[in-house]
Write a protein that binds this ligand. Structure first.
Ligand SMILES: [Zn+2]
Ligand SMILES: [Zn+2]
Length: 272
């Protein structure tokens, strides 16, 4: 089954150091295809392996996005940059990331790219005539970073538009829910279950009030850390945690717990 337009494929749903090291959950990031274009968001360790396993055409990736300079988000960027080339003599791929990460990237990889776009909260970048991205604020220690809202116009039917947000890694700060208010789909990195708080990250109980404010049509939870389901935890509590979020926020938002290699067709998430 080919990678369809306006589709998401989760090449990973694990977050943090322990899941990177164990690959108990994959950490390959998220593939997102729209209007015939393909983007790879946060290709952490194993991204190239999982991309190939899902038989996604690596040459079709146009944008490589790294939301911040942490291993679970950037580890496979060099191989992804190389992999989008049929031949190294012709530049390919556009990297979108923080100044902090861009400066760490060796000139060999930089020179392979068509363009490098520094991104930050509050900045809008037009990717095509039908797609722009807005950088959103994250609070993630002293690491530069951004979340994203994609603003999409369907190239085949311009009357159809939607917005999809990616929170990246962040604490829940004042105003977080408002930033994602009225978007259609929110993909949220929630590293910890219940009220198990973690510096620089969100846990379920912190996230629920923000989700009540944002009220997207669909919210997809991902980037599970080491307390959600590994063998050394108290068992797999993901579905129980997702049910709890769903019951807490009511029926206006559909809550989905992502799983590795999950494929989601965006029109179905929009109810259209
Ligand atoms: Zn992370
Ligand atoms: Zn991080």
């Amino acid at each position: 089954m080919g990678f369809e337009d306006h589709e998401l494929i989760f090449l990973g749903t694990g977050g943090g150091r322990v899941l990177c090291a164990t690959q108990h959950r994959q950490t390959g990031g998220i593939m997102y295809k729209f209007n015939g274009k393909q983007t790879h968001i946060d290709p952490g360790p194993g991204a190239i392996v999982y991309l190939n396993r899902m038989k996604i055409d690596r040459l079709k990736t146009e944008w490589i996005i790294a939301t911040h300079n942490h291993t679970d988000h950037i580890n496979d960027i060099p191989i992804i940059i190389e992999s989008v080339h049929e031949t190294l003599t012709k530049p390919a791929g556009i990297l979108i990331s923080t100044e902090e990460y861009i400066h760490t990237l060796h000139s060999y990889y930089r020179d392979l790219l068509v363009d490098i776009i520094p991104m930050q909260a509050g900045k809008t970048v037009k990717l095509t005539n039908h797609t722009s991205i807005l950088g959103t604020k994250i609070v993630h220690g002293n690491t530069q970073g951004f979340g994203l809202i994609f603003q999409q116009i369907d190239a085949k039917d311009p009357s159809k538009t939607y917005q999809i947000g990616f929170t990246s890694d962040t604490e829940i700060y004042d105003g977080f829910g408002e930033i994602y208010k009225d978007i259609d789909i929110l993909i949220a990195n929630v590293l910890r279950p219940s009220n198990k708080t973690c510096p620089r990250h969100a846990c379920v109980e912190e996230f629920i009030p923000a989700l009540e404010i944002a009220q997207p049509k669909t919210c997809i939870i991902t980037h599970y850390g080491a307390l959600f389901d590994p063998p050394w935890s108290d068992g797999n509590i993901i579905s129980q945690q997702m049910t709890h979020i769903q019951e807490s926020i009511g029926k206006n938002t559909k809550v989905i717990g992502a799983q590795d290699n999950l494929r989601l067709k965006i029109p179905e998430l929009l109810g259209s």
